[in-house]
Ligand binder design. Structure first.
Ligand code: NAD
Length: 551
């Protein structure tokens, strides 16, 4: 079998691999391709434009076959979505090591990447697509919720009630925006060119309604805003056309951002091109398509700057749209900030980031029990409690049930060890895969996003994610990945991920304690090195050793 077919991870406790560490990798690979989870599973595309879980179906089959026979002292090596070797290692070593989409600096651009991809030599791994820890739109929901809460705190007295947010992109990640805004009690107008993206978000209850026209969308938005009633509205159309129109008409917008797939110009629909013709046009004339997409992004960003000038809170949501608009010659592209320096950096300085876990049993009750454990472990953290409660009520599980919450240094290891104990005692029906996004405090170098405007100017230093991957390998993670180009595109980021399996054994407990201490510890030392006071305080208070501060 080597063609497209529906894939779904097995549930329950029966193993098809030789141990839970391998079984977990197998199930999470398959879960990434579950039609409930992946955006385009037939093409092995999980999310984020063309972020894939495997290079091609033959490689997928080979990975499944290999994981099923992989021993406890063996490691499978994956090079851009293809298994290229199995080596004898030892039981503390990861069962899988993954390197995706990495290119040498001078060659690190989309053109060269596409050439190599067409030759079948590489694939785009995004962040959690090629590293098998994507958990559907919920994964980004919590981060988006945190970001909009921070916007509310900064500018609107702690709530988005009575405000209208305008954004575009209702894909795998961008689809979290409407729910994140309504969870903060605001109104959102969300534009997308793909009617299926709008329908899908409505089906999953991330989006409330679809408007028939721009006028209809504005009418609904203003009514809800005036009643201080949360509402999210889907609007079909091209953002590069609609934003300038809304600006010109003086639409009453308070907050503007964007999550179209701008990081990949071949995934952004240029003005004047029909959505149905997009794929064929992009394949036939990638250079021409790119030029037109960038020109449209310039118009889109120009309108965002216009809203900013008119007093709205405007930020880039990590899709590189400012960089693309600048390439098209728009000079004020960087007039508004990225969301990390604007809202997230203080959290990163404490080692906080998107911690997540998936129930390999397939049972929702396992997640509900872990939710309760998190609430018990951190009784004093109010926003965490609010999130876990709202997530329990509003989040539709996609694929294997999973949960995400942001935890910091000294918290993640506590949660991980508790989870492992719950597996050991039989309280949970099966083991958990515990991982995180590559968008984390010490795991990424990405000057347009996570490391934009670092205090010491070290935005483009990529030693940190490489050290992060190495320390996770040395600490006993179950699989570790190093990727290039995730989030913001080729040439713009290098990042690392880890997943650790809580299988209830003592060995897993030992590994989890180290990995979940050292992994967020990278965030603390990275921010100490860059001169952030919060990170220095955390290091001092929680005992993170930083040699340059000793002696
Ligand atoms: P996706 O490919 O699943 O969805 C993108 C959506 O944009 C699609 O539904 C598409 O129809 C729509 N679109 C394309 N051109 C458009 C246009 N001109 N007007 C209106 N809609 C248009 O991608 P995704 O996974 O949702 O990610 C979106 C972007 O956000 C990516 O660039 C990703 O890297 C970035 N991202 C940022 C963060 C973050 O920093 N918080 C996290 C995840 C993703």
């Amino acid at each position: 079998m080597s063609g497209p077919r529906p894939v779904r991870a097995p549930r329950g406790t029966e193993l098809s691999a030789l141990g839970w560490q391998q079984e977990a990798a197998l199930r999470m690979l398959q879960n990434n391709l579950d039609p409930e989870v992946a955006e385009h599973p037939d093409k092995l595309v999980v999310y984020g434009g063309t972020g894939k879980a495997a290079r091609d179906w033959r490689s997928y089959d080979a990975m499944v076959r290999t994981l099923r026979t992989l021993k406890q002292d063996e490691t499978m090596l994956v090079q851009s979505g293809r298994p290229v070797g199995v080596m004898q290692t030892h039981e503390w070593a990861p069962r899988v090591l993954i390197a995706n989409s990495n290119l040498v600096g001078d060659w690190a651009n989309w053109e060269e990447f596409r050439r190599l991809e067409a030759l079948g030599l590489t694939m785009y791994g995004q962040m959690t697509a090629g590293s098998w820890i994507y958990i559907g739109t919920q994964g980004i929901l919590q981060g988006t919720y945190e970001t909009f809460s921070a916007v509310a705190a900064k500018k609107f007295g702690g709530t988005l009630a009575g405000t209208i947010t305008l954004t575009a992109g209702l894909g795998g990640m961008g689809g979290a925006q409407p729910l994140a805004v309504t969870m903060n009690d605001g109104v959102a107008i969300c534009i997308d060119v793909d009617p299926r993206a709008i329908e899908r978000r409505i089906e999953h209850r991330y989006l409330d309604v679809r408007a028939d026209s721009l006028e209809h969308a504005l009418q609904l938005a203003v009514e809800a805003r005036d009643a201080r009633r949360p509402l999210s509205i889907g609007l079909l159309g091209n953002a590069a056309e609609l934003l300038p129109r809304m600006l010109a008409e003086g639409a009453p917008i308070d907050i503007v951002t964007d999550q179209t797939s701008a990081h990949d110009p071949l995934a952004y629909l240029p003005v004047g091109v029909e959505f149905d013709d997009m794929a064929a046009y992009a394949a036939k004339d990638p250079a021409g398509f790119t030029t037109r997409a960038r020109e449209s992004m310039a118009r889109h960003v120009e309108a965002m700057v216009g809203f900013m000038d008119a007093g709205a809170e405007v930020f880039d949501y990590g899709n590189s749209i400012r960089g693309e608009a600048q390439l098209a010659g728009y000079e004020r592209a960087f007039a508004f900030p990225g969301f990390v320096p604007a809202y997230i950096r203080p959290l990163f300085s404490e080692g906080k980031g998107p911690f997540r876990w998936a129930a390999l049993s397939g049972e929702a009750s396992d997640i509900h029990k872990t939710d309760k454990a998190i609430l018990d472990l951190f009784p004093e953290n109010e926003s965490l409690h609010r999130w876990i409660k709202l997530a329990g009520e509003r989040v539709h599980f996609q694929g294997l049930p999973a949960r995400i919450c942001w935890l910091g240094y000294g918290e993640r290891d506590k949660a991980g060890e508790r989870f492992n104990d719950m597996v050991a005692s039989g309280e949970l029906a099966a083991p958990l895969a515990i991982g995180r996004d590559h968008l984390d405090c010490g795991s990424v170098a990405s000057p347009y996003r996570e490391t934009e405007a670092m205090l010491d100017g070290s935005d483009a230093i990529a030693d940190w994610p490489l050290l992060n991957a190495m320390v996770n390998v040395a600490s006993g993670a179950s699989w570790v990945s190093i990727h290039h180009g995730g989030g913001v595109g080729m040439g713009r980021s290098i990042h690392a991920g880890q997943v650790s399996v809580a299988d209830g054994t003592r060995l897993a407990g030992e590994k989890i304690r180290r990995v979940l201490t050292n992994d967020p510890g990278m965030g603390v030392i990275r921010h100490v090195d860059a001169g952030y006071d919060i990170a220095e305080t955390v290091a001092d208070e929680r005992g993170v050793r930083v040699p340059m501060r000793e002696g």
